[in-house]
Design a protein around this ligand. Structure first.
Ligand code: AMO
Length: 433
């Protein structure tokens, strides 16, 4: 039995309430429908909707509170086959818990929200109340649960690392500067350096947290702040061991969406992805050839990723494809080269339905290799002194990956723009709400 949540019945629990029992609902006025003889009030709470029927003499003297007002309704559970769950509330007293709500910028009681993206974003605190909007974040929440459950079961420790840092982690570009007690500092672009150092302590770590990228372009797949799901593990043979963990993580995320967000899947018509037992992998060199790109391209363009997504679906019946071996010259200095040909790397990207969702790979782990790699890019190892301590004191071969949560949900619901699935997006133009 669930412990009582003050004397309150959730709308979803009404179906199990014996007719004739007194109940108290708390929620928002979803819709009012005033007919000649009776008034219907639909109440929305976190679990769903319930119908309240009011006779003219039961209406509050000050009138029914408008849509979206938070209210308490006390009345009697009454059987009615037409009501949601077969039970409605009658003989009710409606008590507003706030002043009457202002009219929302779009009608939240309609099955689908007719608001364009700018309206959605400007009025996020109100419009996320719509059940179809909420459902998008329910997918994200269930995915986070799957991410954590899978890694907990594989012996990982959840960590949290600082978001104010002394140097850029991914590259000098795209960093937000911060005035840190008069010294220059940055918002962390990723937990990369910390998660590696923490492998020396816990062997296997993961982190869920915000990361910051001062993206100068307005694109449909970039945010200035996003949720990064980071993983790092020690004592690997190479990046293929990392890909195995990634496969299990993706399968676990899908499983927990099925277990905990089934209603959201149905409401949004989500086709859950197929994650094969083994991730299909293609070498970067072969991927370029497959999409007809010149062999000296250093990266895959968005249209190449889309073409590879289609190819993976046709060839492997897979919604995901790992591309390994990206050229060393385009990867960060901590990347481990491919042992038999150092032009290529032991790193990968994972493409999900035609969009880059994950970057990862094997890292350097010898101190001397770091010194050489940092010097090769014209920097002084002393600038990385605190990070390099871990390597000077013995680190295992290790690797990991990072997955962008908003990109994952965007592809799940086939959103044209990543902002559609972000609660409060931050970008070039938006710092509120
Ligand atoms: P990378 O920079 O490729 O790798 O980021 C990893 C994943 O994060 C997502 N992502 C973004 N999502 C929204 N807005 C953005 N601006 C944005 N930038 C990236 C993508 C991407 O695949 N340290 C490495 C990871 C590692 O090697 O472990 C890193 O941060 O889904």
């Amino acid at each position: 039995m669930r412990p009582p949540e003050f004397p309150r019945t959730l709308t979803a629990e009404l179906a199990g309430v014996e007719p004739g029992t007194a109940v108290t609902l708390m929620g928002h006025v979803h819709r009012r429908r005033e007919l000649a003889a009776v008034t219907f009030l639909v109440i929305r709470d976190r679990s769903g909707l319930a119908q309240v029927v009011l006779r003219p003499d039961e209406l509050p003297i000050e009138g029914l509170p408008p849509e979206e007002t938070a209210v308490q309704v006390t009345g009697m559970a009454t059987a009615n086959r037409q009501a949601p769950g077969g039970i409605e509330v009658t003989a009710a007293t409606v008590t507003p818990l706030t002043e009457p709500a202002r009219t929302p910028p779009a009608e939240l009681w309609r099955p689908s929200l007719s608001a364009g993206l700018p309206t959605l974003l400007d009025h996020a605190p109100v419009l996320w109340r719509h059940p179809a909007q909420r459902a998008k974040w329910e997918l994200a929440a269930a995915s986070l649960r799957g991410f954590r459950d899978t890694l907990d079961s594989l012996g990982f420790t959840e960590v949290q690392s600082p978001k104010m840092v002394e140097s850029a982690t991914e590259s000098g570009a795209n960093v937000f500067g911060v005035d840190y007690f008069g010294r220059p500092a940055y918002l962390a672009q990723s937990p990369q350096f910390f998660k590696q150092q923490l492998v020396g302590i816990f062997e296997r770590v993961y982190e869920v947290g915000p990361v910051f990228r001062a993206e100068p372009h307005d694109t449909v797949r970039h945010l200035a702040e996003y949720v990064s799901l980071d993983v790092e593990l020690g004592f690997i043979r190479d990046h293929h061991d990392v890909l195995e963990v990634l496969r299990d993580v993706l399968a676990g995320m899908v499983e927990q969406i099925e277990n905990h967000a089934g209603a959201a899947v149905e409401r949004l018509g989500v086709q859950l992805p197929v994650i094969p037992k083994e991730l299909p992998v293609i070498h970067f060199r072969d991927a370029l050839a497959k999409v007809g790109a010149p062999s000296d391209e250093p990266d895959l363009a968005p249209e190449h990723e889309r073409a590879l997504g289609v190819w993976a679906k046709e060839t492997y019946d897979s919604d995901v494809l790992a591309v390994e071996g990206y050229p060393m010259r385009k990867r960060p200095f901590y990347t481990h080269p491919q042992p038999d040909d150092s032009r290529w790397s032991n790193s990968f990207d994972l493409i999900f339905r035609g969009l880059e969702l994950v970057t990862g790979g094997q890292r350097l782990h010898r101190h001397a290799d770091y010194v050489a790699a940092i010097e090769a890019q014209g920097e002084s190892p002393s600038a990385y002194a605190s990070y390099l301590q871990a390597f000077a004191h013995g680190m295992p071969p290790h690797g990991g990956f990072a997955l962008g949560l908003e990109r994952w949900v965007a592809r799940l619901v086939e959103a044209a723009n990543i902002r559609e699935v972000t609660l409060f997006p931050r970008d070039l133009h938006r710092l509120a709400p």
